[in-house]
Design a protein around this ligand. Structure first.
Ligand code: SF4
Ligand code: SF4
Ligand code: SF4
Length: 314
């Protein structure tokens, strides 16, 4: 007995509509930046590509020099398991612009969402003050003791940030943790993190550290003060649910040209959790949905067969 495409589609539409309805009814709560969220503001128009930040990042994080086939040659061209921070250049004819790449410390990170062991987590997650406000800096930290090396985080990250130590006997994930080790563990909030090494090293203040709120205000101030200098946008204010590292780019330069992905305002963590959790809500399991789908297909099939027989009898 063959099932017509029309029957199958009807069943799929029923199951899909049920899933969508449940999903809409129970949309996952939007994750807002916490009041003490800290991050960096990178202004591409100030960057001269000196790469002092790359070198200082390696020193501060005790990362080895990159090796090429010819030997030690520390001029990495991309993030890797020895390089948590990189400066790249975009060129088109006479025009050029620098860009910095490291972890974006997403407000609602997909790497955290997919990490089944909780090895990747936001600093302060789950903590609230007496007024109910979320606590912590929201910096995305990595706990090597609980990581099982599944590399889901690598697949989930839209910015292609987490790197894997392929050549180590017990490989770990490597990514920027906003120089957490330079902070004071006894302090809380923004004070728990000292000035990250890349910000301290930059001779142009092209990358600066601070509370996300203050960095956003500073980015807006720069755009208003000198609108002809910039492309008028702040990358990370909304993209992918927002990031704690924000970017400014020069006039006539798009963030896409600087290698930043074009992302919707909803974070991919929110989207994927909403879709995957929806069928389980209100006791509706996927099996129940597939059962409903099978019932509709069978009923439509019977109707089709009846009308076919009816037609034959004419
Ligand atoms: S940029 Fe990637 S690794 Fe960093 S917090 Fe966002 S999802 Fe995670
Ligand atoms: S914050 Fe620290 S680890 Fe992150 S890019 Fe800057 S120097 Fe490197
Ligand atoms: S140190 Fe500052 S100016 Fe030099 S490459 Fe890094 S961000 Fe650009």
């Amino acid at each position: 007995m063959s099932i017509s495409r029309r029957s199958l589609l009807k069943g799929a539409v029923v199951a899909g509509a049920a899933t969508a309805l449940v999903g809409r009814a129970e949309a996952r709560e939007e994750v807002e930046p916490r009041p003490d969220a800290v991050g960096m503001l990178y202004d591409s128009t100030r960057c001269i590509g000196c790469r002092a930040c790359v070198t200082r990042c390696k020193e501060a994080n005790s990362l080895p020099y990159d090796r090429t086939a010819e030997g030690i040659h520390d001029a990495p061209t991309d993030l890797n398991s020895n390089t948590k921070n990189i400066i790249k250049v975009w060129t088109a004819g006479e025009k050029s612009a620098f860009t910095k790449q490291q972890c974006m410390h997403c407000v609602d990170p997909s790497c955290v969402s997919v990490c089944m062991m909780g090895a990747l987590h936001k600093e302060g997650e789950g903590k609230r003050d007496f007024a109910g406000e979320k606590k912590g800096t929201g910096v995305v930290l990595y706990d090597k003791g609980t990581c099982v090396g599944c590399r889901y985080c690598q697949i989930a990250c839209a910015f292609n940030v987490p790197k894997f130590e392929w050549f180590e006997a017990f490989p770990l994930i490597v990514k920027c943790e906003l120089c957490r080790h330079r902070g004071d563990p006894k302090k809380e909030g923004p004070l728990a993190i000292a000035n990250p090494a890349c910000c301290e090293a930059c001779p142009r203040e092209a990358v600066v550290y601070g509370k996300r709120e203050a960095l956003l205000a500073e980015a807006k101030r720069r755009l208003a003060e000198d609108p002809k200098r910039y492309n008028g946008l702040i990358y990370g204010e909304k993209e992918g649910g927002g990031t704690q590292v924000l970017y400014l780019a020069g006039a006539g330069v798009t963030f896409k040209q600087l290698g930043m992905p074009e992302l919707p305002e909803e974070s991919s963590a929110s989207f994927s959790e909403r879709v995957s959790h929806a069928p389980y809500l209100h006791g509706i399991t996927p099996i129940a949905l597939y059962g409903a789908m099978a019932f509709v297909i069978r009923r439509n099939k019977s109707k089709e067969e009846a009308s076919e027989h009816h037609g034959e009898g004419k």
